[in-house]
Write a protein that binds this ligand. Sequence first.
Ligand SMILES: Cc1cc2nc3c(=O)[nH]c(=O)nc-3n(C[C@H](O)[C@H](O)[C@H](O)COP(=O)(O)OP(=O)(O)OC[C@H]3O[C@@H](n4cnc5c(N)ncnc54)[C@H](O)[C@@H]3O)c2cc1C
Length: 500
Amino acid sequence: MSAPEFADIVIIGSGIGGATIAASLADTGANILILEAGAHLPERAENRDQRAIFQRGFFRPKEFWYEAGGEPFNPGNYYNVGGNSKFYGAVLARYRRQDFEEIAHAEGVSPAWPFSYDELEPWYGKAEQLYQVRGALGQDPTEPAHSSPFPYPPVPDEPPIADVRARLKAKGIHPYSLPLGIDIDKWLTKGQTPWDAHPHVNDGKMDAETAALAAALKFPNVNLEINARVTRLETAADGTISAVHYLQAGAEKTLHAKTVILSAGAVQSAALLLRSANDQFPKGLANSSDQVGRNFMNHNSSAVLALSPTYINDSIYQKTFGFNDFYLSDGAGGPPLGNVQLLGRVSGKILKSSLPLLPEWLLNVVSRHAIDFYAMSEDIPHSESRISVDGERIVLQWHRTNWNAHLALVAKLKAVLREIGFPVVLSRAFDRRTPSHQCGTIRMGNDPDKAPLDTFCRAYDHANLYVVDASFLPTSAAVNPSLTIAAQALRVGAHLQAQR
Ligand SMILES: Cc1cc2nc3c(=O)[nH]c(=O)nc-3n(C[C@H](O)[C@H](O)[C@H](O)COP(=O)(O)OP(=O)(O)OC[C@H]3O[C@@H](n4cnc5c(N)ncnc54)[C@H](O)[C@@H]3O)c2cc1C
């Protein structure tokens, strides 16, 4: 075992949560150390090779989580500098104002946040600046008020996409330009592919590494240790976190820090707190509320592929608009259904990963006449939807909620697409192997009996422990999570600065 190290602030994980709070604390002069389990994604041919990415699972970690009954499955959860954002679709959306309030859904109630949209609004604006979001206001009736404009104009629709946007508008739908963290010219210079679910090195995607971590590492007081996997947190008699134990290149190391910020992602952060149970905290750290690991949410989502023999889709990236016409209600006064947005352009090579028996040439023909959407509905927090640990194993018991609302959203989307000239519309739901929007497992709240974290993400049980990643989200809304994680990370960072 090597000698202990010291830092003012240790941040565990360099995903959206960890990298963004590092950026916000960098100019304090504090000695900040980021411990990241993975390494930097290197430049390599596979980065733009869709057979490698989708058919061979080249980038998929060789990891298994377990269902409650013991069945293993291989989750698409990524461990590298920048975390899951290296693969993300870079849709950087705000929750709607109503998402901060209690919402009655078809199958339950989504609880109110401990603060309102107005509290997070300025931080959303700062996060949009940091992640250089491209977008447009005034197109989506559900878009909440912005006190600052998007820093850049929206990514343009390619002609076949503009055609479908116009067809939707003609039917009374309100398509809006997706808020995107992508420099499309730079991205296309490296290769003619979409960016969604494709790994990113430094080709124009604004991810946790290129947007936030790069800003933090400009400061000499901020350092990053890669291949450093934290295994356990230790507590002192007063309940503070006294030591961070991690493994690096086979060596066990220990670090002491005044402030510990846990940002390992909603599943790994919960697992680490549970695994760190000790005599004083037998249920795991930060867990006197018994909520650590519970309320796991992951969105109900489906890919929806619309086909027409007369429609030719020669777009490359496709992912430029969405619509929220069924977000706040089903359009007929009923409960909310969710968001619809374009997926990254699906090619024959990508389709073959789901339809291995069909030849790629046939799937290329299908793809040439198709446009693909992502339908996303809220997953409501449920105490039996949970992460637990069984020794080194992670057990995921995902109790999906609100599934019928999602089926209704997919049915509505299919009907709309048929109306605008796509006679064949197919759908496929994503399951637990795609935990991309995992959240909620260490939620924040005003009541220490019901939530492990206060509204600045500090653990009620440990004065120097903060959890800043998708875990803190009290609800999933039906919106991509990253911008909300980043906005709250900036808010927590400013709070810590004020306290120093
Ligand atoms: C294919 C795909 C597409 C997506 N598209 C979008 C999108 O368009 N818009 C959007 O908003 N969201 C999208 N998401 C989701 C988004 O990427 C995540 O919500 C977000 O990145 C979560 O950030 P995080 O900080 O919570 O955790 P993570 O990204 O999981 O980061 C956690 C970090 O901690 C590290 N770590 C884990 N355990 C340890 C440990 N024990 N010790 C040290 N380090 C550790 C990990 O290696 C990782 O770097 C997508 C995700 C995927 C996979």
